[in-house]
Structure formats: C-alpha cells, structure tokens
Design a protein around this ligand. Sequence first.
Ligand code: AMP
Length: 249
Amino acid sequence: MKALVAVKRVIDYNVKARVKSDGSGIDLAGVKMSMNPFDEIAVEEAVKLKEAGVVTEVVAVSIGASACQETLRTAMAMGADRGVLVETGAELEPIHVARLLKTLVDKEQPQLIFLGKQAIDDDAGQTGQMLAAMLRLPQATFASKVTVADGKAQVTRELDGGLQTLSLDLPAVVTVDLRLNSPRYVTLPNIMKAKKKPLETLDAATLGVDLAPRTRVLKVSEPKVRAGGVKVADVATLVAKLKNEAKVI
Ligand code: AMP
C-alpha cells in the first residue's frame, strides 16, 4: 500500500513573522524556512505505518519553488522513500495546491493521502478538504489516531471536548492534528542517506492545472500591541476601571 504525504515549506515556527512595510505580506528575505509542523506529523505517521508493515512506500510531495527540495530531503531523512517536487513560482492558494495534488494522486494511486490539518503560514485549513472533494474520496480531518486494517482506515478525530472514531474505505484523505504522534528527529546518517533517495521534479505548468489567482490579499497587519497592565489598589477601583475604561461590565 502506497502513502502520499503533502509537505509544505513554510516560515519556521520559531521565527517571528515580520510584516512588510507596505502591508502586502510577510517579509521572507533571509528568514529560516522549515517543513510545516503538521506535515512533519503526517510524514511520521506514514513512516510509522511503513515500519509496521502496513504501508510499502511513502512518497512525499511538495509544491512551490525549487527550495522545497530541502523540505523533501527532510521528509526522506525521516523515512519517506522518495520525493516529488511540483515546481512553480506562482502564488498558490489552497485550491491550486489541491488541484496539483489531485494530478499526482491520479498518477501515483496511493491508498492513503496524508496532509497537515493546516499550514502555519496561511492558516487556511482548506487543502485536504478540497482535495478529498476533487478526488471524491472519503476524508477524516483532525486525526489523533490512525489504524489501517482490512482495506479500511480507522481514524480518531479530535472534536471540541471529545473524540470521534470513523471507519473509512480506502483510498482516503486524512488530515493530521498535533497529538497524533511526536515526529522523530532527523539524524545525520539519515540526512546522508536521504541525499541518495530519488527526487523527481515536475513543472507545474505541464500538469494542465488552472493556477489563476482567485483571491487577492488586500492587507496584512501586525496584531495590536497589548497595553501594559496596572496594579489597582482595591476591588472598587478594579470594578470602576472595568466599567469606565475597559467598558466590559
Ligand atoms: P492549508 O490548507 O494551506 O492550511 O494547508 C493544509 C495542508 O495542505 C498542509 O499541512 C500540507 O499538508 C498541504 N499543503 C498546503 N500547501 C502545500 C504545498 N505548497 N505543498 C505541499 N503541501 C501543501
């Protein structure tokens, strides 16, 4: 059984994003980039299923600039067998990514398709759902446990205040949540091994996918700076401040 995992190259989660002075987006010049953290969890799950003998091949796919090769090498150092880069310089929206991933799923015919529940740069949380709809495949979002047996995946999903367990016919799309697993660290020997694994590059322009923009970013702004707190002398002053200054009671 083949598993396909979508891995996005995003601004590293430890880096504080700087908004460009004209408000047109985030300044990525000289900024550390890494694999989207939820995608690391997706790779880990696919690799674990391979180690358990359920999955026979793990294919990592990244869409974007040629620098995404680095993200694919990380996925391969974690245990993915090969990587596919769909290269494009286009500004991608989730619908474009879903369309491009669909062409790859049509070609590769995986039984399991793993994505992160969201990319930490656009916070869209749309790609997996769109992909499942385009492929007309069953989907389970926010997975916190995945088991595979008898041609079905059993996926436990995190809901607000509870858990739901679904059974899905395969092939299926699964988007993964934070508590599914703890991704392994990549070791130097595995980084070296990953350099020798196959990495195919496809030009997005040859895949017959409409990449025309559908939305336009009007403005990106920093969150409001929080005002410092004050110490109040007594409860009466606190209530007065809440009433007259904060106007919350
Ligand atoms: P989003 O809908 O943008 O929040 O992204 C959800 C998931 O879709 C990510 O966690 C990735 O698994 C996948 N994804 C989004 N964009 C890309 C991309 N450019 N390349 C590969 N996978 C992507």
